[in-house]
Design a protein around this ligand. Structure first.
Ligand code: ZN
Length: 618
């Protein structure tokens, strides 16, 4: 959901995060289906997608479920898996994700065998689908995707640094929808979000264009799913005849008749409660990182994302509103689908479905209803007739867990095995590779700092250049890497702090197009940007600043903090003033893995000009 400012859904990923995501090319890993692969899982409780069956046997053959029953008689060549005490479920379906990079591989590790993507790079989508149809990627969750999304020029969805086709009027709707279908979109995703829920503003589609898009999708037999930012937008979207809401709102408590209204219009809802927590400044996924059933399978990037939330918005959205709305929707029998909106802050692919299930139960669904929200309900809603239930003839996309998740929903985390089309996921190798990567990262973080860092001065600019005593020189950094239009300039000027010769002047123009717009200067302590250096022998960063009176930001990147920097603000007035900020103020870092420090203007639009000098670590 959100972020960025707000929206909710989607892409709310900060520009930096989108930038990062664009860099991670999918690693195509092939596995071949083994049509001779036949096995019988004996004695597990079976959650069939709707209800729990007494312990029974399930026979898988040729990638499909061949038979279900007690004491099934199978040929002696068929392998037996004794699963007494365990529970077998359909592979989970995550009904709201953004499938960049190797997200789908990660998803399957955690039992998600189908992802319903709600906006990704079209070429990425096409490549994955081609591999899937060639019988490859059996260790990746199956992908269904909206491809790109419908938004106005400058609207939410356009801020991620890559061009997407936009539209502005009802007359463009049918051609826009038809072009998506030609690209391979399985359904149509529309964004209605003026960002007011986040105290910001973006242009958005008119209700007339919204309605035209929905009608155009329906004319071609496609489902229309809509991202909204606030309750009024949700109401408008329901009234316009959309099939589903890709998120709930967190700006206000639901009107008493909201769910009745939704039910009367036969809409389904993917609440994405985890991201509603994240936009409410709660790190939704944090508890997953210490759950011993999941933690060994989480990458360093997963952990930093799960521990993150969106910054506090002035409008103070609350996840409680989302939970109240879910309770109301349940009472009105509105279909509820489990979706995570991974990889937004507070989430990661696969792992977060287990948090979303927990939150759905906290909102009033029974564990059995929550499990249906991640299996049979999305399969029925999205017409995926070959999955979502355990029955003869269905795909052998299966999840075997210890315990009984219909009693304790968190039992879904205690994974024994995951199969896609009857091929078991190699979770042990994945776990070993994660363990190895973590050891290497720990060794790297402990690497000795450059000798020069024993000196506390980073830069005083008195040699007339933007050089530093160690690490990189100061250099410009702007949001252009995230698709922004802010510009900046830097130069060493006369008249430093405390009567010194020189200082560094930083000026520019912040463009309002990105919620997290920035322009300024960056320095990295390592030989190159984003190589972490252990600066934990220091406790503070201090500097002198003066300027036009506006408020500016210090951004600190750490490896453990992931893609989004921690930030603190300072004001640059007419006279030189010293500011000293403890490392701990930057999301609690101890300085052991600092990879970059920036002084920047933004995100408020407009011209800026400030000077910094005597930048030190103390
Ligand atoms: Zn989303």
């Amino acid at each position: 959901m959100k972020m960025k400012s707000k929206p909710a859904a989607i892409l709310r990923v900060f520009g930096w995060m989108a930038f990062y995501l664009l860099l991670s090319a999918p690693a195509i890993i092939l596995a071949s289906p083994d049509s001779a692969n036949s096995f019988v899982i004996r004695g597990a409780r079976v959650f069939d997608g709707q209800k729990l069956l007494a312990p029974t046997d399930v026979w898988v053959d040729g990638g499909k479920i061949k038979a279900i029953g007690k004491n099934l008689k199978v040929p002696s060549t068929v392998k037996t898996i004794d699963a007494a005490g365990d529970t077998l479920l359909p592979g989970l379906i995550d009904s709201h994700t953004h499938a960049f990079g190797d997200a789908l591989k990660e998803a399957e590790i955690f039992g998600v065998t189908t992802e319903l993507d709600m906006f990704t790079d079209v070429k990425n989508m096409q490549q994955i689908k081609k591999n899937q149809s060639d019988g490859k990627l059996l260790d990746w969750a199956d992908l269904r995707s909206a491809g790109t999304l419908a938004t106005v020029p400058g609207g939410h969805g356009t801020e991620y640094g890559f061009e997407i086709p936009t539209l502005s009027s009802p007359s463009e709707a049918q051609a826009w929808v038809d072009a998506r279908i030609a690209e391979g979109s399985d359904y149509i995703k529309i964004v209605i979000d003026d960002f007011s829920a986040y105290g910001s503003h973006r242009p958005t589609l008119s209700n007339e264009t919204l309605k035209a898009l929905i009608d155009a999708a329906h004319k071609r037999g496609k489902i229309a799913v809509v991202h909204i930012g606030n309750q009024q937008e949700a109401h408008d979207v329901v009234a316009a005849g959309a099939d589903g809401l890709a998120h709930l709102f967190a700006d206000s408590a639901p009107a008493p008749d909201f769910a009745q209204f939704a039910a009367a219009h036969h809409i389904f809802v993917v609440p994405t409660l985890d991201v509603l927590e994240s936009i409410s400044a709660i790190a939704s996924g944090e508890s997953l990182t210490t759950d011993a059933r999941l933690a060994p399978y989480l990458t360093g990037d997963d952990v930093s994302s799960l521990k993150r939330a969106f910054p506090k918005f002035a409008t103070a959205p609350s996840e409680k509103y989302g939970e109240q709305t879910v309770a109301q929707l349940k009472a009105a029998h509105v279909p509820i689908l489990a979706g995570t909106d991974a990889p937004n802050p507070g989430t990661s692919h696969g792992a977060s479905i287990h948090r979303e299930l927990e939150l759905l139960v906290r909102s009033g669904l029974t564990p059995t209803e929550a499990l249906a929200a991640a299996t049979s309900v999305p399969a029925m809603t999205f017409h995926l007739d070959d999955r979502g239930t355990i029955a003869p003839g269905k795909r052998a996309d299966l999840l075997l867990v210890k315990g009984d998740p219909t009693q304790d929903i968190t039992a879904t985390r205690d994974i024994v095995s995951v199969w896609k089309l009857g091929v078991e996921d190699d979770r042990a190798s994945y776990r070993a590779s994660i363990e190895k990567a973590k050891q290497e990262a720990a060794a790297e973080a402990k690497a000795a700092p450059p000798a020069a860092s024993a000196v506390s001065l980073i830069s005083d600019f008195d040699d007339g250049t933007p050089s530093a005593k160690f690490g990189t020189a100061w250099d410009l950094s702007t949001d252009s890497i995230a698709g922004g239009k802010s510009t900046g300039a830097m130069k060493v000027v006369d008249g430093g702090a405390n009567g010194a010769k020189h200082a560094l002047d930083v000026s520019g123009l912040i463009d309002g197009g990105l919620p997290y717009a920035w322009a300024g200067v960056m320095w990295a302590p390592g030989a190159q940007p984003f190589v972490p250096v252990d600066l934990s022998s220091k406790k503070n960063i201090s500097f002198f600043a003066k300027g036009d009176g506006q408020t500016y930001r210090v951004l600190v990147f750490t490896t453990s903090g992931g893609r989004i920097p921690a930030q603190q603000t300072f004001t640059a007035g007419p006279d030189w003033k010293k500011t000293s900020i403890p490392f701990s103020a930057f999301n609690g870092t101890d300085g052991h893995d600092i990879s970059a420090i920036l002084f920047v203007g933004g995100p408020a639009a407009g011209k800026f000009d400030f000077q910094v000098d005597e930048i030190r670590l103390e």
